[in-house]
Design a binder for this molecule. Structure first.
Ligand SMILES: [Zn+2]
Length: 195
């Protein structure tokens, strides 16, 4: 079983392979690779945005069975997401949780628009906006840099929420599990940890 530190190192090494254009698994998206995966032994669970430009298995050069991926608009947490992460950590023994934001996030932009002047969106899109709104308020909705600042704050707020989760707080305090935040650069493909 990997330590949280080793899991993070493996994940970031995969991103470096992706960025360098030399992925190990990038070419291996075949049914044969899928069937060879056998039982799953993932070492990380990633919560990312639904953005079509940010396919998590690809940008970390991962293969079948290596990571669990959860994607929601603006990587918003809800009960299904929490339950999924609790399952992966508690039942599969995964030592690392990563929350990955990205620049030019449409969900953050929709939240900025709603807070600046626009109407609150309808339906359950309003739920996403409400969940992202505290980060945009912290960043200052009228600040010219609000999008870039708010995504960082939203990632870190999500990390804090997960660290305080009922079933995750104990393993995190004991050092068996880590929850980290990171940002994906759409231009370079690089993932940078947020502290
Ligand atoms: Zn997004």
């Amino acid at each position: 079983m990997r330590t949280p530190r080793a899991a993070l190192a493996d994940l970031l090494a995969g991103n470096r392979r992706f960025v360098s254009g030399q992925p190990v698994h990038g070419h291996d998206v075949t049914a044969a690779a899928a069937s060879a995966s056998g039982d799953q032994e993932p070492y990380a669970v990633l919560l990312g945005c639904i953005d079509s430009r940010v396919p998590l298995e690809a940008i970390f050069d991962q293969t079948f069975g290596s990571i669990c991926v959860i994607r929601t608009g603006g990587h918003v947490l809800d009960r299904a997401v929490r339950g999924s992460i609790e399952y992966v950590v508690g039942q599969l023994g995964v030592p690392l949780v990563m929350v990955l934001g990205h620049e030019r996030c449409g969900a953050v932009a929709a939240t900025v628009d709603a807070l600046r002047s626009g109407p609150r969106p309808g339906g359950d899109l309003a739920y996403l906006v409400d969940e992202i709104a505290p980060a945009v308020v912290e960043a200052g909705p009228d600040d010219p840099q609000v999008h870039a600042v708010a995504i960082r704050r939203h990632v870190l707020r999500t990390v804090r929420a997960l660290r305080a989760d009922d079933l995750l707080a104990g393993p995190v305090a004991a050092g068996r599990v880590d929850v980290v935040g990171a940002l994906y650069d759409l231009a370079t493909g690089e993932v940078t940890l947020l502290r």
